[in-house]
Design a protein around this ligand. Structure first.
Ligand SMILES: [Zn+2]
Length: 98
């Protein structure tokens, strides 16, 4: 690939970073490479939490909202602290270029 036009990134809604921070990091890494001019396309994915009693909960957020992180770590059925099973990851999902 000589030139990368688009880089698609999936960010878990509990990844603790937002698109702006990822974009900033990417800009620094891409400098001087084929991806220097690439456009970043973000998708925010939902998260899954599970408590010790086995209750699972799906969390969807339109944007990363740090104020909502604390309340959702408590299971809404039994009140035990839940663990994040999915939703903390940042994935590179697609690269478009020529
Ligand atoms: Zn529970």
């Amino acid at each position: 690939m000589r030139r990368i036009d688009e880089v698609h990134v999936s960010i878990g809604c509990l990844a603790m970073v937002n698109a702006e921070q990822v974009g900033y990091g990417f800009g620094m890494l891409a400098k001087g490479t084929a991806a220097e001019e690439a456009r970043l396309v973000f998708t925010l994915t939902s998260a899954r939490l599970r408590c010790p009693m086995g209750h699972e909960m799906e969390v969807k957020m339109e944007r990363i909202d740090f104020d909502r992180l604390l309340p959702i770590t408590k299971c809404c059925e039994c009140g035990f602290p839940s663990q994040i099973v999915e939703g903390r990851d940042i994935f590179l999902t697609k690269i478009v270029g020529e």
